[in-house]
Ligand binder design. Structure first.
Ligand SMILES: [Zn+2]
Length: 183
């Protein structure tokens, strides 16, 4: 299902909300501004005051009243991690389905490696098994790209399978779509 990109008043993405949640925010007057081409209108009930049907012109991106929270820590899950790595094993380069990939800790957890964006990569089962408890250097399995923490814009993009063109445009302005891969 299509969802609406929610922003805070500073224009930072703050999550994906359902159409229903967006309509509720509009009805409550919490939407401060919208961005993007208006979606097909949504009609509500007849308004008692003027006998007209209420109508909401929803936009794919809405900024909603509320506190501006400083800092955003993008949650780490395999789905978004594998999308960050283009469903590619960062050791052998093979692209695989989500079910064939694993989360590999570059510095293994058994040796103090932590579960954070900068220390995890997508790896096929074979490479993960082969690398085992070693660092890439010890295993002689150099990484094909540097693991990184996505910024809020990129994370919101990665977290969603389908986005409207306006949402894609809004988000992609703030991150580099191309990643440097080792030849
Ligand atoms: Zn591999």
């Amino acid at each position: 299902m299509q969802t609406i990109l929610r922003l805070d008043l500073a224009g930072q993405p703050r999550g994906w909300i359902t159409l229903h949640e967006a309509i509720t925010a509009y009805a409550k007057g919490d939407v401060v501004y919208g961005i993007g081409d208006v979606l097909p209108p949504i009609f509500g009930g007849i308004q008692r005051s003027n006998g007209l049907r209420s109508r909401i012109d929803l936009q794919p991106i809405v900024a909603i009243q509320g506190k501006i929270i400083q800092g955003f820590s993008p949650p780490l899950c395999n789905r978004t991690l594998f999308r960050r790595d283009d469903h590619r094993c960062l050791y052998c380069g093979q692209q695989s389905a989500r079910t064939e990939l694993t989360r590999d800790h570059v510095l293994p957890t058994s040796r103090g490696g932590t579960d954070r964006w900068e220390n995890v990569v997508a790896a096929c089962k074979r490479c993960n098994w082969q690398k085992d408890n070693q660092t890439p250097e010890e295993a002689r399995m150099p990484l094909l790209a540097v693991p990184f923490r996505p910024n809020p814009w990129e994370w919101h993009f990665l977290a969603k399978d389908r986005v409207f063109a306006d949402q894609m445009q809004y988000l992609s302005r703030r991150f580099r779509a191309k990643r440097a891969w080792a030849a």
